[in-house]
Write a protein that binds this ligand. Sequence first.
Ligand SMILES: Cc1ncc(COP(=O)(O)O)c(C=O)c1O
Length: 316
Amino acid sequence: MAIGGYNQLSLKSFNTQLDIKAYQFQSARAALYAYLNSAKIKTLYVPNYICDSIFPALESLNVNVIFYSINDLLLPDNISECTSTNDSKILLVNYFGLLSEQIKILTTIRPESFIVDNSQALFCEHIEGTTSIYSPRKFLGIPDGGLLRTSINIDMPEDCYDASKNCGHLLLRAAGYVQAGYRQFLEAEQALECFIPKKMSVISAYLINCADINLIKETRQRNYKFLYSKFKSLNQLQLPINGQIPLCYPLKISHDVGSVYKQLINNAIYLPRYWQSECNGKVGFNMFNSTLFLPIDERVSYAELLQLVNFIKKNL
Ligand SMILES: Cc1ncc(COP(=O)(O)O)c(C=O)c1O
């Protein structure tokens, strides 16, 4: 507590807390590292469609990575090929936060065999018996953060992540300076490439406290349903919302979307692409090439969504 002195950014507190039982790190990959290291995992089955950012952590722990294939529904082709023991686990990705029910079914019989990667599914509940990781900054305006739920004991690092130099993009973006903020965003992401676990920053903890979580959840669901209704007949990937809170609306079509991405950028519409990777199998390759990942977050207004729908329909 301090009285007087220099001024501060003053946000309204909503007393928001994410999963209070979770260990809190600076990133999901640091959370994964902490778990694999503590549990002494030697082998990890990984789907052949995933973000490359996790691999340096696996390499540094000398974890043997065995890729498994996923099918068009983004689920393991043949899970029984993955044999889990005490020192081997199967990583399941909850893609776009839209596979929660399917993952629940897959993990029913031997939950302890699985690590559920909920990096894209912040609001998907942890399944008892499994281990799960989360990456809250994909849903919230925070500079860092990664959660781990597991039944094993994790020795937490002493040091906190210092995010004080990596918040500029959040402020610039809020002020409407999207391009200037983008450069700083890339730098902030680069700083997270160091996966050696640290505790989540105090800045992220404060910002989470001030996040209007109900608004975030409701808007994501409303926007998803809207896009789902608009693209139902066009989308080759039918993933119903089923009460989930998705990361985005993936619109998969029958041809390459590279040129559409370029047109969108020319119109100041910025969409992420998941994921360009050497490790992509056939399904992952097609997902990257033929899918538009449309935003559904609380910043997108109804008018903007409509504009986006019309633009895409016109340009596909
Ligand atoms: C499926 C998946 N797993 C793990 C990660 C790593 O998350 P973080 O950047 O918080 O380390 C990502 C990041 O994009 C991801 O999409």
